[in-house]
Each structure stands twice: as structure tokens, then as C-alpha cells.
Design a protein around this ligand. Structure first.
Ligand SMILES: NC(=O)c1ccc[n+]([C@@H]2O[C@H](COP(=O)([O-])OP(=O)(O)OC[C@H]3O[C@@H](n4cnc5c(N)ncnc54)[C@H](O)[C@@H]3O)[C@@H](O)[C@H]2O)c1
Length: 248
């Protein structure tokens, strides 16, 4: 059984990904800041016949990350799949964006992905096999009100391609998924910030999406599942836009 770590797996895209990887036959560490929700996700996997543990960690903190990875090794075994999914938004127009808004987004997305990958890669190198999937976004192409998030999500793409170069010789692939508009608590928060109903936000987004529907977490989980397969071993350093069209 392959051991997978999914960060930010308490809810949304991360929870759907953890459940999908468990269905694919992997043991899953459900890593998140939110203990209660992470436990609920792990319990749902266990109830469905899978193997999962909930682990509380702050991915932007090096000590917390190392302790979490050590716990995964002790409780499940050495991880060979890592999905860097945890994320936060601190949207604002540039002239109103605070240094804290900038630093928080960089810390969770970029520093978090770096710390997690650095802590896990040694186990993958030892095994001579690994799969790393990083969550980027269509916002990497630029998005009003998201100077911090767009920079972080573009950074994730460069990070991913560099991992592909450095780790390929050890049987490790690294790919990124760039979702478009996905219905989760994160996008519900966006509606709240904009002062519109979630239904109105979904409607406005769908009018711009070629397949004429909003994305759901399972759409992203399916793409993660593909990158983690044995047969995807010749696919590395790629960015897959999962956005219902070329871009949302
Ligand atoms: N929802 C979308 O439309 C969309 C689009 C493109 C990209 N994404 C990306 O997909 C990923 C998941 O998005 P989502 O919509 O499911 O978000 P979400 O807000 O619903 O869930 C994010 C999870 O990450 C956890 N988290 C946040 N900071 C953390 C930290 N420091 N340490 C550990 N866990 C932490 C949260 O507790 C939460 O459970 C994010 O990286 C997001 O940027 C989402």
C-alpha cells in the first residue's frame, strides 16, 4: 500500500483528493490545521473501508511539518505520494493589500509546499519512487485582486518544474494542477468578500466557462489520481489546467 499525504485535506479539494486516493488503494494522511474537520475526513475514509489518519499541522512552520511527517512514518509508513493542496486567500487590490496579506499567502502556498516537499522527498528518494502534485490555479495567469495569490500560484509552477528536474532520476514525478472555479468554502468566502451571493458568483463564473458548469472538488481529485498512477511515470513537470476550458 502506498502512503499518501494530502495537505489541507480537512475540506474542499483536499478532502475530495484524500477520499479519491483512498479509493485508489492508498493509505492517506489527512493533514490540516483544522483538527475536527480533518478527523471527520479521515473517519469518512475509514468508514468507507479505507485507511487514513488525521494529522494536525501548520505547513508554513518547519517544526510542525517535520513532526507531521515523522508521525506519518510512525503511524502509516514512509510517504511516497505528496499532494501540496493547503491554501488561503487574502485578496485585495494592490493599493489596499497589506504586508501581512502578502506574507500569509506566500507562507502557506510557497513556503508550505517547499517545507512539505523537502521533508517528504528523502522518503521518496529512498524508495526510488514518488509522486508530487502541487495545486496551482488559473489565477497564476493574473487575476484582479490577487497579486499575492497569483504570484504564489505562478511560483508553484516554477517550483514544480524544478522538482521535476531535480528528482526525476529517483523515479519521482512532480506535476501541478491549475484549477479554474471550483465550488468550495474558499470560493464561498470570495462571494462573501465581494458582497454577492454564492449563487450569483457561480452564475457569473459559469457564463465564462466553456463547459458551462462550475467545477467540483472531484474534478480536481480525478486529475490528482491520474498523476499519482504508476502509468503516469513519464509525465513530469507539467501544469494541467482543470478549468472547463483552456482557462476560466
Ligand atoms: N476553489 C477554487 O476555486 C480553487 C481554484 C484554484 C486553486 N485552488 C487551490 O486549491 C487548493 C484547495 O482549495 P479549496 O478551495 O479546497 O480551499 P479550502 O479553503 O476549502 O480548503 C483549504 C484547506 O487548507 C487548510 N489550510 C490552510 N492553511 C493551512 C496551513 N497553514 N497548514 C495546514 N492546512 C492549512 C484549511 O484549514 C482548509 O481545510 C488551494 O491551494 C487553492 O488555492 C482552489
Amino acid at each position: 500500500m502506498t502512503i499518501a499525504i494530502v495537505t489541507g485535506a480537512a475540506r474542499g479539494i483536499g478532502a475530495a483528493t484524500a477520499k479519491r486516493l483512498a479509493t485508489d488503494g492508498h493509505a492517506v494522511a489527512v493533514l490540516d490545521l483544522d483538527e475536527a474537520a480533518a478527523t471527520a475526513t479521515a473517519d469518512a475514509i475509514t468508514a468507507a473501508g479505507g485507511l487514513a489518519v488525521a494529522i494536525v499541522a501548520d505547513i508554513s512552520d518547519a517544526r510542525s511539518v517535520q513532526a507531521a511527517v515523522d508521525r506519518v512514518v510512525a503511524e502509516l509508513g514512509a510517504p511516497r505520494i505528496l499532494v501540496n493542496n493547503a491554501g488561503v486567500l487574502r485578496d485585495n487590490l494592490l493599493f489596499k493589500m497589506t504586508e501581512d496579506d502578502w506574507d500569509t499567502v506566500m507562507s502557506v502556498h510557497l513556503r508550505g509546499a517547499f517545507l512539505m516537499t523537502r521533508a517528504v522527498q528523502a522518503h521518496m528518494v529512498d524508495a526510488g519512487w514518488g509522486r508530487i502534485v502541487n495545486l496551482s490555479s488559473t489565477s497564476a495567469l493574473g487575476n484582479r485582486g490577487q497579486a499575492n495569490y497569483a504570484a504564489a500560484k505562478a511560483g508553484i509552477q516554477g517550483f514544480t518544474k524544478t522538482l521535476a528536474f531535480e528528482l526525476g532520476r529517483y523515479g519521482i514525478t512532480a506535476n501541478a494542477i491549475a484549477p479554474g472555479f471550483i465550488q468550495t468554502d474558499m470560493t464561498k468566502g470570495t462571494a462573501q468578500r465581494l458582497g454577492v451571493s454564492f449563487e450569483d458568483l457561480v452564475h457569473a463564473q459559469v457564463s465564462q466557462i466553456p463547459v458551462a458548469r462550475a467545477g467540483v472538488p472531484d474534478d480536481i481529485a480525478a486529475a490528482v489520481s491520474f498523476f499519482c498512477r504508476e502509468e503516469a511515470g513519464f509525465v513530469s513537470g507539467q501544469v494541467l489546467y482543470v478549468a472547463g476550458g483552456p482557462k476560466s
